[in-house]
Design a protein around this ligand. Structure first.
Ligand SMILES: Nc1nc2c(ncn2[C@@H]2O[C@H](COP(=O)(O)OP(=O)(O)OP(=O)(O)O)[C@@H](O)[C@H]2O)c(=O)[nH]1
Ligand SMILES: [Mg+2]
Length: 374
């Protein structure tokens, strides 16, 4: 996978242009992710001069997307066939399709990087079932791969009219909180559908802890028959204290993907996130990489030491066998002179080719062997 070449390094010659910023849209089913992507796409096209983004659709199950995706998972994996062939239900099918696609994600990144000089924004639309992306290995791999190659920001889309109940609001915020701590990326809470329900109540609850508690108390079912706060109510009270800390790390915007209201403010927040990515995320990424390298090095050294110790003991215990067990240099060369060629297949034409996962290696030059059941 790619490594960052610097916070805002240019990928080509000529005057240095900042790298495009990747917007990863995540949100509960039906929150309006795809409509939002379509809206920001049309906003960017409408700028003067236009700034068409590079769009990736990662939802294999969607039948129609309201935007023209540059890379579409559906061109690579047939979700219906995955379900049939692997005997899966809809969610397993989406997850497996995403896993299969992730095995090719380095090529996707390569294509994105090729366009890095000509686009300012890379937008990812994710599957409707939020947990498939946020709690799967492939979701994490895709997010990490994108974020280590480009500045990235998470746009967490919230269905505002459906979060007016304090308990629903809190669970949505807790979910957002868990994604923030998992990805550690700059985070924008996007309150969508403000044409139906303005997001003022949410802002108030986020800024004023007591207002949220009051809203909680005014909802029925917060006291039991003896007048004591119910378990849910006291749990939520304590949770809202935790969330107070979480809110400090966020940017919040209210938008309507239907009317286009608030989209400019959203982009102001995205542009501000670039600095946050550079000052917070990149150093953390670098630190984690160094740590990984160090522990790998430690493991290597440890195995080497143990091997040398075993060899020494063996030599002491059985000197005769050791004397016979010499490396004969003449035996070491094979007929070709001993060199092994590593074949780089990544230049093969891939994008746009349709991979039928039901028939492994359908294409003679496509060296993929999909795992098969049984
Ligand atoms: N009124 C209103 N409706 C919206 C808005 N954004 C999205 N919708 C509607 O919400 C519904 C779901 O929108 P999608 O964009 O498909 O949501 P999604 O999150 O991509 O859905 P999945 O990918 O299926 O989870 C559609 O009926 C949209 O028309 C908005 O800003 N205002
Ligand atoms: Mg969608």
């Amino acid at each position: 996978m790619s490594t960052p070449s610097g916070p805002s390094g240019s990928t080509g010659a000529g005057p240095s242009k900042p790298k495009p910023i990747a917007i990863i849209t995540i949100g509960m089913a039906g929150a309006g992710k795809s409509t939002f992507v379509q809206r920001i796409n049309s906003y960017l096209h409408g700028l003067n001069p236009p700034k068409p983004p590079y769009i990736l659709n990662l939802d294999p199950a969607v039948t129609r997307v309201p935007f023209e995706a540059n890379i579409d998972i559906r061109d690579t994996v047939n979700y219906q066939e995955v379900m049939k062939q692997y005997n899966l239900g809809p969610n397993g099918g989406i997850l497996t399709a995403l896993n299969l696609f992730t095995t090719k994600f380095d090529q996707v990144l390569g294509l994105v990087e090729k366009r890095a000089d000509s686009v300012d924004y890379v937008i990812l639309d994710t599957p409707g079932q939020i947990e498939i992306f946020t709690w799967s290995a492939s979701g994490a791999i895709i997010t990490d791969a994108v974020a280590s190659s480009l500045p990235a920001v998470v746009a967490y889309i919230i269905d505002t009219p459906r979060t007016t109940a304090p308990a629903t609001f809190m669970s949505n915020m807790l979910y957002a909180c868990s994604i923030l701590y998992k990805t550690k990326l700059p985070f924008i809470l996007v309150f969508n559908k403000t044409d139906v329900e303005p997001h003022d109540f949410a802002l108030e609850w986020m800024q004023d802890f007591e207002a949220f508690q009051a809203a909680l108390a005014s909802h029925s079912g917060t006291r039991d028959s003896e007048g004591e706060p119910t378990y849910m109510n006291s749990l939520m009270n304590s949770m809202s204290l935790v969330l107070d800390e979480f809110y400090k790390h966020l940017k919040t915007v209210g938008v309507s993907s239907m009317t286009g209201a608030g989209i400019k403010e959203f982009f102001d927040a995205v542009d501000a996130s670039r600095t946050e990515y550079e000052t917070d995320y990149l150093p953390e990424l670098e630190r984690a990489r160094k740590e990984r390298e160090k522990s790998l090095q430690d493991v290597k050294e440890d195995s080497m030491n143990r091997l040398m110790k075993d060899v020494a003991i063996d030599r002491e215990q059985n000197p005769e066998a050791f004397a016979r067990d010499r490396w004969d240099e003449d035996d070491n060369e094979d007929e070709d002179g001993g060199d092994i060629d590593i074949i780089d297949q990544s230049d093969e034409a891939w994008p746009g080719q349709y991979i039928d996962v039901t028939r492994p290696r359908r294409h003679p030059d496509e060296s993929i062997n999909w795992p098969r059941p049984g």
